[in-house]
Ligand binder design. Structure first.
Ligand SMILES: C[S@@+](CC[C@H](N)C(=O)[O-])C[C@H]1O[C@@H](n2cnc3c(N)ncnc32)[C@H](O)[C@@H]1O
Length: 218
């Protein structure tokens, strides 16, 4: 019931959210500051980014090859790089790429920032960690900003991702999803490509359950 209600509330909430984000603001985590550009997924007002940051915090990732696929503001990538990982941050949104390159300079944290549609420009690379906070509402995105939220009417984002992922998969390939999204359908699309989901972390925030899944080859 609450879940259904939230699905209807989302477009209204998004309207007010867009109104609020009338100009760029900042988000700071562990002394790292990123700009919240209105064209880019906002880590400040959403739960998923913070859950991933807290999940990554205790990990020993020094020297590990770390990919954040769809990095948005890049706060996760910058944090992982500050912990000594060799980070690649990729996104299909050119504004996100440009803003993150600037944040890398202002925070004096080095990382590899790549414009890429999923793995298109990341071929032949090996990653020890792959972190994905995907768009999951089933609607066609009208522009790059909406790609942060909408995965296509027929879940095209996931279809394409799961077709490419088996080539790159590592023991630490993680995806965060909310109970708000159609998890069972997304899992079925993964299974079609020989992938399975294992729940490794769960957290409820404001009555919304969030899950981190490890994705593995079946
Ligand atoms: C929910 S946001 C997550 C942003 C960031 N990882 C975080 O946790 O704050 C999803 C991100 O995926 C990016 N994205 C969507 N489709 C993509 C694609 N086909 N290839 C690469 N990135 C994509 C969006 O531009 C957006 O930045």
């Amino acid at each position: 019931m609450f879940k259904k209600l939230k699905k209807h509330i989302f477009p209204i909430a998004k309207f007010f959210f867009d109104k609020y984000i009338v100009k760029d603001r900042n988000y700071t985590y562990e002394g790292i500051t990123v700009q919240i550009n209105e064209e880019v997924f906002p880590p400040k007002f959403t739960i998923s980014t913070k859950i991933l940051l807290e999940y990554i915090k205790p990990l020993h990732i020094t020297g590990k090859n770390f990919l954040e696929l769809g990095c948005g503001s890049g706060i996760i990538s910058l944090f992982a790089a500050s912990k000594g990982a060799n980070v690649t941050a990729s996104d299909i949104n050119q504004v996100a790429i440009d803003v993150l390159k600037e944040a890398s300079i202002t925070n004096e944290i080095s990382l590899n920032v790549v414009y890429s549609d999923l793995f298109e420009n990341l071929s032949d690379q090996h990653f020890d960690y792959i972190i994905i906070n995907p768009p999951y509402y089933p609607k066609a995105p009208q522009n790059d900003k909406e790609r942060a939220w909408f995965c296509g009417e027929d879940f095209e984002y996931f279809e394409k991702l799961f077709a490419q992922l088996p080539q790159y998969i590592s023991p630490n390939t993680w995806m965060i999803l909310s109970e708000d999204c159609e998890i069972d359908h997304i899992k079925k699309l993964a299974v079609k490509n020989g992938l399975t989901f294992e729940l490794i972390f769960e957290k409820s925030v404001v009555k919304e359950k969030n899950y981190i899944f490890s994705i593995q080859k079946s």
